[in-house]
Design a binder for this molecule. Structure first.
Ligand SMILES: O=C(O)CCC(=O)C(=O)O
Ligand SMILES: [Fe+2]
Length: 406
């Protein structure tokens, strides 16, 4: 059953902004329905807490009183290096981060929470690659709805670099994440092991109204400065805001390209993944193209230099996190594994648990076919030496997929 949390309106200077209702899934919804209603339509939703009931993290990382079991975390993971953001230090459009030992972070969390000069600190442990650090621990199982995950599948089968997009967050009441959309315009899901979060969302495109007169995106979407017309001339035109409180055990689905901001309302631990699959791969490609256009514009005055196109790809990798070659390598890896399923060579299991059947593989290949057609139309693809080899060229892969689908 999908229910809608009730609609509210919110005072916003002299206008009242309607806040759209937020879908909540209480019962088990079948995979196809979730796929159609939320992934394909790119709409957010909240999943009830029973979906994460059996998770080890919910048992072992939380005390009987429902708060973080810092003693347990200290004992089992105290030696881990973890990234920690200072919520009061703005660093470009994000927060300044340092590496801590988990045990030092827990000492801060359970202690006075002050700097050496007595200032109150708000430190938020973010983007800890927990599964990578403790691959045998099994803190949770990814829900079936999120099983089709090309990003983590790609990183799992890659043997040159060990990385993933599977994270643990933990922070005190008051810690927060500034207004942003996720890396590569991926989806994310985030589940509260304990604690509560407040989320604010805006649909794709609405963020353009939340830029200041110089074009810089707002950092804190609840900041009173947004009401200052001389600073944010278009803020009154924004629409589609959604807000929801995520309780302990609940999981939120964050669609592609939706800007959002998050506050921990209590001491909170959460698990989150970023992912791309057949339903948002076109969005991810469009965003990659847009990022390359921006890079090219930024260094257009050096266009005459040797291998300007190669330099643009290097800058794309540094700023966006992925270049054309890596994006294509991901597509090729995912496509090859699905072609193998169609030929009966292998079974495809995601997160060690969910079997992606033949029908899913056909869907995925159809989506890859569509993106490849657009890639081939981009003349900058041909200037990438690693793709010049005809066996590796996107045209060749497209041909293989089209023949298989026929
Ligand atoms: O929980 C947070 O502080 C941020 C999470 C987030 O931005 C996400 O899951 O996309
Ligand atoms: Fe996010």
């Amino acid at each position: 059953m999908i229910e809608l949390a009730s609609s509210e309106s919110r005072e916003n200077s002299d206008c009242r902004e309607e806040i759209a209702s937020f879908p909540v899934i209480h019962d088990v919804l079948d995979y196809d329905q979730f796929f159609r209603e939320f992934l394909e339509k790119n709409r957010p939703c909240l999943l009830a807490s029973h979906f994460t009931e059996g998770w080890r993290a919910r048992r072992d990382w939380v005390t009987a009183a429902g708060i973080p079991d810092v003693g347990y975390l200290q004992q089992h993971f105290g030696e881990a290096d973890v990234p920690v953001a200072d919520c009061d230090q703005k660093h470009y459009d994000s927060q300044e981060k340092k590496t801590y030992k988990l045990s030092d972070y827990i000492n801060y969390w359970t202690g006075l929470r002050e700097s050496a000069c007595g200032e109150k600190l708000c430190l938020y442990l973010k983007d800890w690659h927990f599964v990578r650090a403790y691959p045998d621990y099994s803190a949770y199982t990814t829900l079936q709805y999120f099983a089709s995950d090309w990003l983590n599948e790609f990183w799992e089968v890659r043997d040159d670099i060990n990385d993933d997009y599977q994270f643990v967050y933990m922070g005190p009441k008051g810690s927060w994440t500034p207004f942003h959309a996720d890396v590569f315009r991926s989806y994310s899901w985030s589940a509260n092991v304990c604690g509560r979060k407040r989320w604010v969302f805006y649909p794709p495109g609405e963020e353009q109204y939340l830029r200041d007169s110089l074009g810089t995106p707002v950092y804190d979407v609840d900041s009173p400065t947004l009401r200052d017309v001389s600073q944010y001339p278009h803020a009154a035109s924004v629409s589609g805001r959604m807000e929801v409180i995520q309780e302990q055990g609940q999981t939120i689905f964050v669609p592609s390209g939706w800007h959002h901001q998050v506050w921990n309302l209590e001491d909170t631990i959460s698990i989150n993944h970023n992912w791309i699959n057949g339903t948002n791969i076109h969005t991810a490609w469009d965003f990659l193209v847009q990022s390359l256009n921006q890079v090219e514009f930024a260094i257009r005055d050096c266009e005459d230099m040797d291998d300007w196109g190669g330099q643009c790809q290097l800058l794309l990798k540094a700023t966006h996190g992925m270049d054309y070659h890596e994006f294509y390598t991901m597509l090729r890896t995912i496509a090859t594994r699905r072609l193998d399923v169609l030929m009966g060579k292998k079974e495809l299991t995601s997160f060690g648990r969910w079997v992606l059947g033949r029908r899913h593989c056909l869907y995925d290949l159809g989506r890859i076919e569509g993106v490849l057609e657009r890639m081939i139309d981009d003349p900058r693809v041909d200037a990438i030496p690693a793709l010049a080899d005809s066996d590796l060229h996107p045209t060749q892969l497209l041909h293989t997929i089209t023949s298989a689908l026929a």
